[in-house]
Structure formats: C-alpha cells, structure tokens
Design a binder for this molecule. Structure first.
Ligand SMILES: *Cc1c(COP(=O)(O)O)cnc(C)c1O
Length: 388
C-alpha cells in the first residue's frame, strides 16, 4: 500500500507484467500451473514457498481482484467467490458453529435472510433481528451465544442507515464479529473497517462490475477471520472464475469515476422528485430531507446510486408508472450503467409477508431506481413523463 490517491491506485495497482510486456493485465484462463521441478512442487505443497498451484486455491486474476478490493477497503486479506451470496454464506459458515447465534439487521438482502432462516438453523445456528429504527434495543437482543453482528447499510430498498461507528463499538463491547455487507455503498463510498468492521462483504455483480455482465463476490477483512473463510472456500470450492475476476479488476479502474456519476445522477433525480405532486416521499442518503442525512454525510462519501420513492395511489399507480417508462429498464438488478426501475413489493421482496414488508418500510407504491450512467436529463425526463 502506498500513499497515492485512491483513484490512482484503483487504476495502477495490477499484477506484475509477464515477459510479453503487456500494458493491461492478461487473462490467466488456466485451471492449474506447472512446477519447475519435483522439488519445486514439493516446496509449494509444503507451503515453504508461495506460488500458484491450482485455480481453486489461487490465480493471478483472482489475486489481483482481491488485492485491489483489500486496498480500497483497508483490509488485510480477502477471498473472492463465485457470487455475493457465496461470499456471505462462506463467511457465516466458516466463522460460526453449532450453538452460535447471529444478530442481524432486519432489512437484509433477501437471500441473506434465507441463509439465516432456512439454512444455518439446520446446523443449530440461530439468529434474531434488530430493527433499523430502534438501535437502542439491539443490545438487549445480544445473547451469551451471540457471535456475529451482521449488517447492511444503506438498506435495500428503504435506504435507511445504520451508524457504523455505533455498530463497531457495540461489537467491541460484546466481543462480536462485525460483518458488513457493503455492496450498496461500494468500497469507494464507504469503508466499514474504519469503524471497526471485522469482515466486509460485496456482491461484485452490482457496482463493482458496473455493467451488468457477471456474477461474483468477495469477503475481505482482518487476517484472523479471513484465514478461516479462505480455508472454507479453498476446500468447499465457490471459486471465482479467472474470467470474471479479470473483468471485475478492469471495472475497478473506473469504479471511482463511475460512482461519482451514479451519485450525481441519483442526487439530481432525488431532488427533482421532492416536490412532485404524485410522489409522497423520496429517500436518498445525501438528500437533506433524509432523516439520517448527517450520518450519511459522515460515513458515506456520496449518497450512492439508488433512489427510492413512493407514488401516491399504491400498486396500481406504481404499475402504470413502470409500464410508461421508455428509456429505463424494468429489471431486478442494480449497479448497472443502465438505469433500472424496480417495484420491490411485487418482485424482489414479494416473498415477505405484508407485515415483514411493513417492518422494513416497503410500501405498495414504492419504486426503487438504480440510477445509471446515462445523461442526467434523459433519466429525469423519462421518470417525470411516466409520473405525470
Ligand atoms: C445482490 C446482492 C447480494 C447477492 O449478490 P449475488 O452476487 O447476486 O450473489 C448480496 N447483498 C446485497 C446487498 C446485494 O445487493
């Protein structure tokens, strides 16, 4: 790690050149690596020297991607995985054992909720939720066997925040491992390790790829935890493909520039919706009207690429809005260069009950816009014509 600016390191940190003198890191699409001699092979397997053996363990493209994210997140170590979900599952499975308990925020990503409620209980691992709007009650939910505090901020799609400094202190006071899913904010906008996070998780599928092409994930953090997560991944095998790692590494070169533009477009869209007669409320972390604006300014460099708002008239009005959009895509993804509109209650969060949705502030008229990189005026124009 050197003291260059973050934008410079995102571009310049890369694998050492090969004898071909390439300017941009080539793709190492190989499942295994050759040994110079029988003795070389023995020494590699005995861990006496470092080097590539097999791409489920290590690969130059995957290692480059991990090194770049570790640098951005100020993490000591990391492991890349085939999806965001495999990073989340592997981290929890590696760090927890039978009889342990997880305290998590209720507004977790849907599949994370499924892991806590439908998979980990099979191995005797229990969980409970804290609501995002009453953090003062969380402490009373910590049990003797609570081992992990698992958070996501900002929340999807409600865009509520959890105070990372508060969470870091809570975890510290109770000896909990603080795990933060930082996918929404990206390592450029928010660095949970600065507030005491032990492990930071990403779905690389979203803003890290940035162009809606590939699935991938990564866990980074403190060495003592990553050692266990890496061991779990090496042997259980959710390895990231070298091709996707190569693609994500290229994408990281433009992450700061893209995020600046995602955020500027999103802030412009959110501001333009504030006084709209057909909009009940609009939520965006760096909008002054956000109830946690000061916290958002403190822990997020910019407000992120997602805007949520509620259309007056509920589901019927929301359907009409979506069907009138011309330029925007109807899709369930986010973090794409193309702006995407989603109706969470009928799609991404439809498996929740009405009460569960209400507990995380997902209303029937709520629209989530994952603001892309198109011209700002065209995004605003399309949203406003569909609203009117
Ligand atoms: C998409 C997403 C995930 C899951 O990532 P995949 O790459 O789809 O497996 C996890 N957490 C958050 C916050 C996400 O948005």
């Amino acid at each position: 790690m050197n003291n260059q600016q973050e934008e410079t390191k995102a571009i310049r940190n890369q694998t050492n050149r090969t004898e071909q003198r390439e300017h941009s890191t080539p793709l190492f699409m190989t499942s295994s690596f050759v040994f110079d001699s029988a003795e070389h092979a023995r020494a590699l397997f005995a861990d006496e020297i470092k080097g590539n053996v097999y791409s489920r363990y290590s690969n130059p493209n995957v290692d480059e991607f991990v090194a770049k994210i570790c640098d951005m997140e100020k993490a000591q170590s990391g492991v890349a995985t085939a999806s965001g979900m495999s990073a989340i599952f592997s981290s929890l499975a590696a760090l927890l054992e039978q009889g342990d308990h997880v305290l998590a925020c209720r507004s977790l990503f849907g599949s994370s909720h499924q892991i806590l409620s439908g998979i980990l209980p099979k191995w005797g691992i229990d969980f409970s939720y804290g609501n995002i709007d009453n953090p003062e009650k969380w402490e009373s939910r910590i049990e003797d066997n609570t081992k992990v505090l698992f958070l996501e901020t900002p929340s999807n799609p409600g865009l509520d925040l959890i105070d990372l400094e508060w969470a870091g202190k809570l975890a510290d006071a109770h000896n909990l491992i603080l795990i933060v899913d930082n996918c929404f904010a990206t390592p450029y906008l928010q660095k949970p390790m600065e507030y005491g996070a032990d492990v930071v998780l990403h779905s690389a599928t979203k803003f890290i790829d940035g162009q809606g092409r590939g699935i991938g994930g990564i866990a980074v953090g403190k060495e003592r935890y990553l050692e266990e997560i890496s061991f779990f991944c090496r042997h259980s095998g959710p390895a990231l493909s070298p091709f996707n790692a190569w693609m994500f590494s290229k994408s990281l070169e433009t992450l700061p520039a893209r995020m600046d533009r995602h955020c500027n477009n999103a802030l412009a869209l959110a501001s333009s919706l504030e006084d709209h007669p057909n909009v009940d409320w609009v939520k965006y972390p760096h909008l002054e009207s956000h109830p946690q604006y000061n916290l958002a300014k403190k822990q997020m460099k910019k407000g992120g690429g997602v805007v949520s708002f509620n259309i007056s008239g509920g589901y019927e009005a929301a359907k009409q809005f979506l069907d009138k959009l011309n330029t925007l895509s109807l899709s369930a993804n986010l973090g794409d260069s193309r702006t995407i509109a989603t109706h969470p209650a009928s799609t991404t969060h439809s498996s929740l009950t009405e009460e569960e949705r209400a507990a995380v502030n997902i209303t029937s008229g709520m629209i989530r816009i994952a603001v892309g990189l198109e011209g700002k005026d065209d995004i605003l124009e399309d949203v406003h014509q569909a609203l009117n």
